[in-house]
Design a protein around this ligand. Structure first.
Ligand code: SAH
Length: 365
């Protein structure tokens, strides 16, 4: 049974602030401190089995957890690669919408790449998520639960490398996070608040990536949460960017960069510029030179991403030589550059490849 799309996801403890949780539990006729106990189980102990919540009255455990900690994500499949250090989780939401998240374990850090929307409305032609359009915004708790799922997998030792924790979160899964602003900001708060209120991940280790929704970028600068802002630029000139990132026709490059530099000023955080390098499209040395001259002397870091293949696209990654030349040209301007690895390619878990089919039927294909 698929519920109507307009119905909202069930309310969950992680949707609410600490105060909101207490009020909610009181309204339901429970002592307010039950909210704190449940928060500790969810955010701090990462427990999901009511039997393990022994500080709750035995008679209420089941119903309390069903109400306050409803299961929001139903696992559909789990795929791993890189010797078990990259794990893609495909999950179904309450209304049948499907989303994906990817856990990437590196020496010294583990990053969860999460989705903020089922699908995406930005329509970038090189990104698989954009091709199917937007299904809906995710709720705060649906976003947070992806990280909690990863945290549980790490804590239980089922990810290669032994027991561990999530150190970084990147909003680089499905969706445009700044087009689901309220839910994403609240999710960032849940991720960064100290336990038991939240997961206690450092704001500096959280990256919000955007195609350049300028009003929302400006608003983000005023939130007082120093997350890393990543801007998916992909071209230094409006003519090309209009075709690669259609939103550019509304917010052109100079406005996007103005907002990005203001963000860096206000937060003291270096902005990341994402640049998916596409053969014969945006990889020319003159474009590297132009980009370098625009970013020179700014508080910035460029991530060059070799284009990952997506179904139906004729585009491919730049050749290794043109990638090297592109990087060198940027470095000539003194701009720091990293070439991102292509983790998760074999399981369609790399940048731009997340495109969970929207029915369970399709997922079993
Ligand atoms: N909508 C946001 C969040 C998605 S982040 C944004 O666009 O920033 C995903 C990152 O992967 C973005 O930088 C996106 O441009 C990039 N990407 C999309 N498709 C890609 C592909 N096929 N190969 C490499 N990178 C891709």
């Amino acid at each position: 049974m698929v519920a109507p799309r307009r119905a909202k996801p069930p309310r969950h403890l992680a949707d609410l602030s600490t105060t909101g949780r207490r009020e909610w539990l009181s309204e339901l006729g429970h002592p307010a401190f039950r909210a704190d106990q449940l928060s500790r189980h969810y955010f701090e102990r990462l427990v999901d089995n009511p039997d393990d919540m022994t500080d709750l009255p035995a008679a209420d455990r089941e119903s309390l957890t069903k109400t306050a900690l409803p299961q929001l994500l139903t696992p559909v499949r789990t795929l791993t690669c890189d010797n078990g250090t990259t794990v893609k989780n495909v999950v179904r939401l309450f209304d049948g919408a499907m989303v994906e998240s990817v856990l990437m374990r590196y020496p010294g850090r583990t990053t969860m790449c999460v989705s903020s929307q089922a699908g995406c409305g930005m329509n970038c032609p090189f990104c698989a998520t954009g091709q199917a359009g937007l299904t809906r915004n995710m709720s705060t708790a649906e976003i947070v639960e992806q990280v909690v799922t990863g945290a549980r997998m790490l804590a239980s030792g089922e990810v290669a490398g032994g027991a561990g924790r999530v150190s970084n979160v990147v909003f680089m899964g499905m969706g445009e996070p700044l087009a689901n602003y309220r839910a994403v900001i609240d999710a960032v708060r849940r991720l960064t608040e100290a336990p038991p209120s939240g997961l206690g991940i450092s704001a500096r280790s959280v990256t919000v990536s955007t195609v350049g929704l300028v009003p929302a970028m400006d608003r983000l600068a005023g939130e007082g949460i120093p997350v890393t802002l990543a801007v998916s630029l992909h071209a230094p000139d409006d003519e090309l960017r209009n075709t690669l990132v259609p939103l550019n026709t509304r917010y052109p490059i100079d406005e996007v960069l103005r907002s990005a530099w203001a963000y860096a000023d206000v937060t003291g955080r270096r902005v990341s510029i994402e640049y998916a390098l596409i053969r014969d499209i945006n990889d020319q040395p003159w474009r590297a030179h132009l980009l370098g001259s625009m970013l020179k002397n700014r508080s910035v870091h460029v991530n060059v991403i070799p284009l990952n293949p997506t179904p139906g696209s004729v585009w491919t990654a730049a050749t290794p030589e043109s990638e090297r030349t592109f990087v060198r040209r940027l470095e000539d301007h003194g701009v720091p550059v990293t070439v991102r690895d292509t983790r998760g390619r074999e399981i369609d878990g790399a940048c731009g490849q997340l495109a969970a089919v929207s029915t369970e039927e399709g997922a079993r294909e």
